[in-house]
Design a protein. Structure first.
Length: 83
């Protein structure tokens, strides 16, 4: 997803690969992520997770999101279609 210019304003003032965090119990930092359930069980399910990363424009503030493992998530998604 890395680009050299902002898709909204054309600026080259881009901040790449910014971590997006959520503060959990005891102010613990957790990466915000997406997940796909890869099993069809009642208990002990498995998930494919992908941490979100942000690219931020330093001029207009537009934020673009991406995941660190799109191919793994796509494979997991295809697997869910067979369940």
């Amino acid at each position: 997803m890395k680009s050299e210019t902002c898709s909204a304003c054309g600026s080259s003032k881009l901040i790449h690969d910014m971590r997006i965090v959520d503060f959990g119990h005891g102010n613990a930092k957790n990466d915000l992520s997406v997940e796909i359930k890869t099993t069809d069980r009642v208990l002990f399910n498995k998930f494919e997770k992908g941490a979100l990363k942000a690219q931020i424009c330093g001029s207009c503030g537009k934020v673009d999101l991406s995941v660190n493992n799109p191919h793994d998530l796509w494979t997991a998604y295809l697997k869910t279609k067979k369940l």
